[in-house]
Design a protein around this ligand. Structure first.
Ligand code: AMP
Length: 449
């Protein structure tokens, strides 16, 4: 069995790990630590919860101990870049915990607070700086920190940093560092721009990928609706009024999609909040605080932004759009059914997403109960709703009591669609398909859940 000792860590670290109660290295630690100790660059695809912080912090502390130096004022040997102050603080805590017998000094730097204590810590000299990119650049600009002595660079949650628009800041910072350094690059997802960034900064890296959990909790009841793309918004409104009435997270794939949906729910009189990478730290914190409150808004989130959400009582997860990577589905629905509670995960699957649904089912090794029958061929896009057909939620209006004045905007919306429909030929031809999607599942609901 792999032990921390067999990975090559020395006594001060082993004592700290024993105090933390870690007995066995996690897979990413077992794979990464020996190579980082040997000086190799690392490209790690890992999500929070895999033990990735220790996977980089432990070997870097070990490397600094092996070649101990007195920290010079304003300089540091290890620089860790993280997207948010919460993550930076967590990493700082980890360095302090793992390094408690190593006698190394660490400082954390992020914006939104006074810079004085941060610059005072830097003036004394530290071994490790953990920073968010914006504040670090501020301090560099004021010559309060000098990055020319950095030997080890860590980029944590690189995908989230890109999503938050830190790409130029990151590049500027990296350009200030010595070329002869060791770089450890972590990202939970691997879109093309992350790979591109990684290849521009890594030298023959070891690639480590942790396999995300493929089995969602038994406590999450999953189901799927087949819905034409143009009907998704109405279906969601209906679900939010009739069924998903607790603490609900709705996932969209893009920031733009999240904002659009936020506006649409607003128009339907449903109180919602959106979190994604383009929102400021304060906006995200406000949205999360509201989401944790007793009357939570519907939270619309992109996958990357949702990583910061740590709320136990999420009752429903709605996949407004299915993710490209099946593992992301597992991650999303794991937001509900936590801490012994039950949870509900509902997916809206349109025509183009059917292959994604199959990929998810392959990963889960089971099929997801269907709330309405999938059409044999492509899901038809209706020309317009049938005359006199109820809008989402029906004329009785919402049952949830979310927000106020829900009825009016909907009628407006329906009227608008009618006008649009009247300009199209053959209107009403495909209306029954809409009706099937909107009405039929009622009975099946209960059976599927
Ligand atoms: P991370 O993925 O770095 O955020 O770590 C997730 C959690 O796992 C943290 O609470 C760590 O303290 C914990 N952890 C990390 N490595 C180990 C380990 N080898 N054994 C037990 N817990 C660990």
């Amino acid at each position: 069995m792999t032990t921390f000792e067999s990975l090559g860590l020395s006594a001060p670290l082993l004592r700290a790990l024993a105090a933390e109660g870690y007995s066995v290295p996690t897979p990413i630690q077992a794979k990464a630590i020996p190579h980082v100790l040997a000086g190799r660059d690392l490209f790690g695809c890992a999500q929070t919860g895999t033990g990735k912080t220790a996977a980089f912090a432990l070997p870097l502390i070990e490397r600094m101990l092996a070649d101990r130096r007195t920290p010079a004022p304003r300089r540091c040997r290890t620089l860790v870049l993280a997207p948010t102050r919460e993550l930076a603080s967590q990493i700082h805590d980890s360095f302090r915990a793992y390094g408690r017998h190593a006698g190394l000094k660490a400082a954390v730097i992020f914006g939104g607070v006074s810079q004085r204590p941060q610059s005072a810590a830097l003036m004394k000299g530290v071994d490790v700086v953990i920073a968010t990119p914006g504040r670090l650049l501020d301090l560099v600009g004021q010559r309060l920190v000098d990055l020319r002595a950095v030997e080890f660079l860590v980029l944590d949650e690189a995908d989230r940093m890109l999503d938050m628009g830190f790409i130029h800041d990151m590049k500027r910072i990296v350009a200030m560092l010595p070329r002869d350094r060791q770089t450890l690059f972590f990202s939970a997802t691997l879109p093309a721009e992350v790979r591109e960034l990684a290849s521009s900064m890594l030298d023959d890296p070891l690639e480590v990928k942790t396999t995300p959990q493929a089995t969602p909790a038994e406590t999450v009841s999953q189901s799927v609706f087949f819905v034409p793309k143009s009907e998704k918004r109405a279906k969601l409104v209906q679900l939010l009024r009739e069924e998903a009435t607790g603490r609900v997270i709705v996932f969209t794939r893009t920031k733009h999609g999240a904002d659009k949906l936020h506006r649409d729910l607003d128009k339907a009189g449903i109180t919602a909040a959106a979190i994604h990478g383009n929102k400021s730290q304060n906006q995200r914190e406000r949205a999360l605080a509201a989401f944790k409150s007793k009357r939570p808004p519907v939270l619309i989130a992109t996958d990357i932004a949702a990583r910061g959400i740590d709320v136990d009582q999420v009752t429903h997860v709605v996949n407004y759009e299915l993710p490209h990577e099946p593992e992301t589905y597992v991650h999303r629905i794991g937001r509900t059914g936590r801490a012994g509670q039950t949870g509900v995960a509902i997916s809206l699957c349109d025509n183009e997403e059917r292959s994604r649904l199959l990929a998810i089912e392959r990963l889960l090794r089971r099929s997801i109960p269907q709330r309405n029958a999938p059409p044999a061929g492509p899901i038809p896009e209706p020309a317009e709703p049938a005359r006199g057909q109820r809008g989402p939620g029906g004329p009785r209006g919402p049952r949830t009591g979310r927000g106020t004045g829900q009825g009016r905007p909907q009628r407006r919306q329906q009227g608008k669609r009618r006008q649009e429909g009247s300009r199209r030929p053959g209107r009403g031809d495909q209306a029954p398909a809409t009706a099937t999607v909107a009405r039929k599942p009622k009975k099946k609901h209960r059976r599927a859940l």
